[in-house]
Design a protein around this ligand. Structure first.
Ligand SMILES: [Zn+2]
Length: 273
């Protein structure tokens, strides 16, 4: 990493961070977290700027789709809070595995960590798109662990046809961008098809794991004011009653775990093919 690319990288992070804050993609804490995620990803691996572009693509796509039909989601009472601006917990939960992969790549230089990185970013992207696009599905979602059971839109672990298509779209986007960035060349014997295939499978595995955790172990609550079932500990400004799952396993920890699964899936495929 030379000083010039480092300065260019930091400059880009800062400009984009401030823009994100201005258009409401992140809040202030999310901006700081975004800078903290961006710096090691730019600095640690070889050609870190390209790695950073991949993470950036996730953030832009996630923001676009969170805002997409925000009014419709708000009316269904399924929209993200604060207009969809992401706080630091969300940014770190989605970025931690990617940082780890970037650091490992910087230390050992083995391309397996690039595979893991792509798997983690593909999972975050798929998962966010599945949630945000899935909310617009005309029919009620079904619980991934009991497919004959319909649940209200926004329920953790609920899946829809539209959401599953969005899962594929998210991973495909990351796979295609990785190919455009020339990552197939870094992975030596990888052809572009295998690169895209790995993003697809890893992103799908990670997102499916996310839904599975959401349907089984994630902490789920019932609001004591409006009676709504929610994954948030606080609803209508009051502490909600826990009805199932583990309180510790909140949405952010579920996201983090899923990116780990996505990364491991990609690394496994990398070692096999
Ligand atoms: Zn409520």
């Amino acid at each position: 990493m030379d000083l010039l690319s480092l300065s260019v990288g930091l400059f880009i992070i800062l400009i984009l961070g401030l823009l994100s804050l201005k258009v409401g993609i992140v809040d202030h804490s999310g901006l700081i977290a975004g800078v903290l995620v961006g710096i090691p990803i730019i600095i640690a691996p070889q050609d870190g700027l390209k790695w950073f572009i991949l993470v950036l693509a996730f953030h832009i796509v996630a923001a676009q789709f969170t805002k997409y039909k925000y009014e419709v989601k708000r009316r269904k009472d399924t929209a993200q809070e604060k207009g969809g601006a992401r706080g630091w917990r969300n940014v770190i939960a989605n970025g931690a595995t990617a940082i780890l992969m970037a650091l490992c790549s910087g230390i050992w230089g083995n391309p397996i960590f690039l595979a893991g990185f792509i798997g983690a970013v593909a999972t975050s992207t798929s998962d966010t798109l599945a949630t945000e696009i899935g909310l617009l599905n005309p029919k009620s979602p079904r619980l991934i662990t009991h497919l004959n059971k319909k649940v209200p839109p926004g329920t953790s672990g609920g899946i829809t046809i539209l959401g599953e298509l969005a899962t594929i779209l998210g991973s495909l986007l990351i796979g295609l961008l990785a190919w455009v960035l020339g990552f197939d060349g870094y992975l030596l014997e990888w052809s572009s098809i295998i690169l895209i295939f790995i993003a697809l499978i890893a992103g799908f595995a990670g997102s499916t794991f996310d839904s599975f955790l959401g349907a089984s172990f994630q902490g789920i609550y019932r609001c004591i004011i409006c009676g709504k079932i929610t994954e948030n500990k606080v609803h209508c400004k009051r502490n909600a009653n826990q009805i199932r799952g583990f309180g510790l396993l909140d949405n952010n920890l579920v996201n983090l775990t899923s990116t780990i699964v996505g990364a491991i899936s990609a690394m496994l495929i990398f070692s096999i093919v």
